[in-house]
Design a protein around this ligand. Structure first.
Ligand SMILES: [Zn+2]
Length: 303
């Protein structure tokens, strides 16, 4: 069996993956961002969490360390195959984690960008299975992505590339985590949507994501809510139209918390996109992710 690990900004999830991307069991621990102030603390936290999760999984599922053939790790940013690199949230510049884990588990360790891992899982086992030319967009706190043409994941030689979230939409826009202004991510992230919803609908600034989802769902008939959603989706449409014009995908799959609003967002988005796409008669499907939060773990193990 393989182990898949998804290191996110808010949690670290680890799972046992058996044949055909089948997730047998998983363990999730929250990341206490506030207690991590230095790179050293982050490194220790990540290692301790991974070891404890793997240990629990092995015990609960009757496996031994020797049964692990591979450990795949999905991480944000641009990792190398062996090191986590430049994660702003976790204060990490470069952490050669593969060597440390290799000594302990004597299994093959491989790191990969999290958007690519989740996209790979959706392409092979989830919502994108039947498409050759397709795109995975993970819209959550940021925007991650993976592009497939003729069934193959596109991968440049050096960095992971395909930073669709950092395509600049407005050079005078708000500042992005990457240092530029007006990146697609600054318009399309669910962080932005939440911020705008709180401001325009005068919601409690500490509203939880599931409470907000409930509010939007119950009030979508109201003019101000529809306006907020329409404005947000118009911004998403601009970036998405650029992506469609470049890759001519048969389908685009949406992961991250965006996918929880699929029934509200996707029909409106499809209608609005007509304004911006180049080939007006091009046909494409907009679909919600099927594997949801498990896509990262499954993809990390299988890619
Ligand atoms: Zn950016």
């Amino acid at each position: 069996m393989k182990i898949g690990i998804d290191i996110g900004g808010s949690h670290i999830a680890t799972g046992i993956i058996e044949k055909n991307g089948n997730l047998k069991a998983k363990e999730i621990r929250d990341v206490e961002i506030k207690s991590i102030k230095t790179e050293k603390q982050a490194q220790k936290f990540i290692l301790d969490t991974i070891e404890s999760e793997i240990n629990d999984l092995l015990i609960k599922n009757d496996y031994e360390i020797g049964d692990i053939s591979k450990i795949g790790i999905a991480v944000p940013g641009n990792p190398t195959e062996t090191a986590i690199k430049n994660t702003v949230n976790l204060h990490i510049k470069k952490f050669e984690i593969a060597k440390i884990l290799e000594e302990k588990y004597s299994a093959k360790i491989k790191l990969k960008n999290d958007g690519k891992c989740a996209g790979y899982a959706e392409k092979n086992y989830g919502a994108l299975k039947k498409y050759d030319d397709c795109i995975f967009l993970c819209i959550g706190t940021g925007v991650g992505s993976a592009v497939f043409l003729n069934g193959e994941l596109l991968e440049p030689k050096r960095n992971p590339g395909f930073e669709l979230g950092h395509m600049i939409i407005d050079k005078n826009g708000i500042e992005c985590n990457c240092g530029n202004r007006g990146c697609f991510e600054t318009f399309a992230s669910m962080k932005r949507f939440k911020k705008e919803a709180i401001r325009k609908l005068k919601l409690d600034k500490n509203i939880k994501s599931d409470e907000m989802q409930k509010y939007i769902r119950e009030n979508i008939g109201k003019k101000e809510v529809e306006k907020l959603v329409t404005e947000y989706l118009d911004n998403v449409s601009i970036g998405l139209a650029n992506i469609i014009n470049i890759f001519e995908p048969e389908a685009i799959c949406f992961g991250g918390s965006f996918s929880y609003y699929g029934d509200i967002f996707l029909p409106r988005l499809k209608e609005n996109l007509k304004k911006y796409i180049f080939n007006k008669d091009t046909k494409y499907e907009l679909v919600s992710a099927k594997l949801k939060n498990d896509a990262g773990i499954i993809g990390a193990a299988e890619i």
